[in-house]
Design a protein around this ligand. Sequence first.
Ligand code: MN
Length: 337
Amino acid sequence: MSDTQARPTLISCGGVHDPADTAVFERLPGRLVTLTTRLAPSPDDPRLGLSVRRFLPTKGRRMVGAWCFVDHFGPGDVSSTEGMLLAPHPHIGLQTVTWLLEGEVLHLDSIGSRQPIRPGQLNLMTAGNGISHAEESPQPRPARLHGLQLWVALPDRSRAEPAAFEHHEELPVLPLPGLSAVVLMGTLAGVTSPATTHTPLVGAVVDVQAGAGFDGYTAWLPLQRLFEYAVLVIEGEVSLDGQALDDSELVYLGHGRVGVELTSGPGAQFLLLGGEPFREEILMWWNFIGRSHGEIVSARALWNAHAPRFGAVVGARSSRLPAPPMPSGALRSRGRR
Ligand code: MN
């Protein structure tokens, strides 16, 4: 995934400012963004065939643990459109986490990975000091596309490591009364994903059985007190601690919870994100996460100069995406919100 704004803003996030230190319930609405980079349509352009909603970063909150970017794309029919067509673009200082619910996407990167991803599988790309990649709907392809892309900020001690790519076809499932959770990243209730993480966190997709929490029992999702959490409904409707949620908003839950009580209609599914608050202050701009303005300026210049730091993506269907201009103004206010 790439930030496709023509003039992305520089956002300061992380650090010790303003983390919720108690349990809260904040509704953070998503917004429509563009996905394909060749057509550059408006978000509701019918050629795209796919809506993309971005939930992080938002004005209300920049991070949840080390999670700093959340896109939910589809569900939609991409049979008569370009589908996903993200031209080669660079990343530094983060991991990209891709999870599909329907369809197929081909990942190509500058360290030689060429990996289709299908529903139930995880693609994890660790950018480290620099990588470039493309994400494309393959040809031919299933008509439907539906998925999530998430970014995880790397801590300072890991971010200079070489770029890496992992594909996981088998992920552990945590069975609970009324629920089952596929653990994509990190640990949930003692069940740990094989995917490489660099800070204490969790990412899980939770299926809620029809009628969970009714009929005299409680569907309870265990959490850990030291993590902050957020929940994003993928499908259906879920009530959490008695409050109804749908797929239009990310709900930030804050800290200090040992669990949440759930009830559900038929076939609901949601994403759980959590982690220890990310104490380092970071700067996000376009597809880069750094620690200083100068570092971002340098990464941008090197990408646009075709420097070897970002390698080359072989076999992509579209030519590389140039970095947009940087804003001349000052940073947005610091802090987690
Ligand atoms: Mn990307």
